[in-house]
Design a protein around this ligand. Sequence first.
Ligand SMILES: CC(C)(COP(=O)(O)OP(=O)(O)OC[C@H]1O[C@@H](n2cnc3c(N)ncnc32)[C@H](O)[C@@H]1OP(=O)(O)O)[C@@H](O)C(=O)NCCC(=O)NCCS
Length: 376
Amino acid sequence: MSTPTFSPGLAGVTAGVTAISEVDADRNKLTYRGYDVHDLVEHTKFDEVAHLMLLGKLPTKAELDAFIARTAAQREVSPAVYELFRKFPADANCMDVLRAGVAIEALFDPDAHKDTPEAHLQKSLRLYAKIPTLVVNGYRILKGMEPVKPSPTLPHSENFWHMLAGGAPNEFFVTTVDATQILYAEHGFNASTFASRVTVSTLSDIYSGTVSAIGTLKGNLHGGANEAAMEMLLEIGEATKADAYIRDALAKKKKIMGFGHREYKHGDERAKIVKTFVVELSKRLNEPKWLEISNIVEGVMLKEKNLYPNLDFPVASSYYMMKLPVELYTPIFVMSRITGWCAHMMEQLANNRIIRPHNEYNGPKGLTVPPISARK
Ligand SMILES: CC(C)(COP(=O)(O)OP(=O)(O)OC[C@H]1O[C@@H](n2cnc3c(N)ncnc32)[C@H](O)[C@@H]1OP(=O)(O)O)[C@@H](O)C(=O)NCCC(=O)NCCS
């Protein structure tokens, strides 16, 4: 067997084939099953994209209505989940709470022991339906509030607002969240999606793959960057401090959260789309501060490092202006990416070979075991 080339972080390595999305970094283009994300943001709502991910096609009006009815009816979670959430420490991380919630829900899934393609789809639809409930009610319980009931009829983003904020939703806020959900849905063999594919490639199940993926997304180099970016913007605090803050951080070799990307080296189109929402929110709310700070940070990063913002950077300030709790930014990412994860896990299972790469060994060789009394 010839020795494959080693690439740290698997950079540039083709680790599989997919028909779910294409990242064309040279042309700054991202497509989901052939549709450009610009087109999807402009002409669809998130349930349509979820249908595209999970069922393979954009829905007709009748298919969309049936999809929303089918998933909305399954939004409630098991009472056992809430009983356990109440025992969690008040300072628990919301991604850890969500990961636990998904693990518990797995035990109550009526298809838990079935591994047919239909059962994989049913589990995926249930995860899509229940994750927003776990996100909002996990947060509420940590904050000492009672869980609220999900809507059995509303579309995805409207239901999220209904649960999180109650009352009549601000339509532009719902549109903004919906656009970010579309842009967060899928991104090829990113770390969390790859983790989910590795997990199910052993013939483990969709819930286990989701738990792996949530744990992987949590890290600051991946989905955790949206919360970390907001924490940085809050620390900067005002536009006059932004330039010096970033230069100082770069001088100390710190990574600036929400910048850079493994695939995109000339900018992330998704970030440009969300920036238009940040500009609009700044105007509508008469709150220019976050946009001003962001512009300065972006300018310094481009000049000093030739790095562009990724999706997580504008998402952070858009969520902040809409008063979404910072600790929910990464769980909100999960509400969307679950569709990409499940699409990938189903694709992996439909044509499976266990994912088990080769590694080089660089440790000691040829040692013999000394008697325990002689060991140091
Ligand atoms: C996304 C990310 C993990 C990609 O990692 P990668 O492909 O391995 O890129 P590298 O770490 O090799 O970066 C190449 C160079 O740019 C620098 N760099 C990359 N991202 C940087 C950032 N956000 N801030 C400062 N420097 C950065 C690296 O330090 C490295 O510099 P060097 O060659 O002098 O050592 C990385 O850009 C990063 O950590 N970004 C911040 C976290 C983030 O926003 N994650 C969300 C991704 S969507």
